[in-house]
Design a protein around this ligand. Structure first.
Ligand SMILES: [Zn+2]
Length: 130
């Protein structure tokens, strides 16, 4: 249900994806991504997370945005009616936080060198809605 920005390396074509928020559910195996839940009635959403660019480590990292007090249905989550237990990144629309001097960005800076091939530049490809 989030907005994702897709990037790719001009040299090796490696893809990078940032964005969110995306629903996750707590399971016996840990936090698992919930894909394409739509506006469902099932209470299976434990929280939301984001994919951000770690500008000091030069890689995509996943960060929990918020967790709910109980498992919620998507109509509660997207109707802002889900009881939030913990909000981690606050309400920053820029998703720019200074976390232990490790700036996490909502987009990959222009001219960033691909961490995979260390040659090409990462270029914005397209934006998608999930
Ligand atoms: Zn590359």
């Amino acid at each position: 249900m989030g907005t994702f920005s897709q990037y790719k390396c001009e040299n090796c074509n490696k893809k990078f994806e940032l964005g969110g928020p995306q629903e996750f559910g707590n399971t016996w195996f840990g936090r698992r991504m919930i894909r394409h839940t739509g506006i469902g009635m099932r209470n299976n959403i434990s929280g939301l997370w984001l994919w951000l660019w770690d500008n000091s480590a030069h890689k995509v990292v996943r960060r929990v945005l918020m967790e709910y007090e109980r498992k919620c249905a998507s109509f509660e989550v997207w109707g802002n009616r889900a009881p939030v237990k913990l909000a981690y990144l606050g309400d920053s629309s820029e998703w720019l936080i200074d976390d232990k001097e490790q700036p996490l960005l909502g987009e990959i800076p222009e001219g960033e060198i691909c961490p995979s091939c260390k040659k090409g530049k990462i270029e914005f490809d397209q934006q998608i809605q999930t």
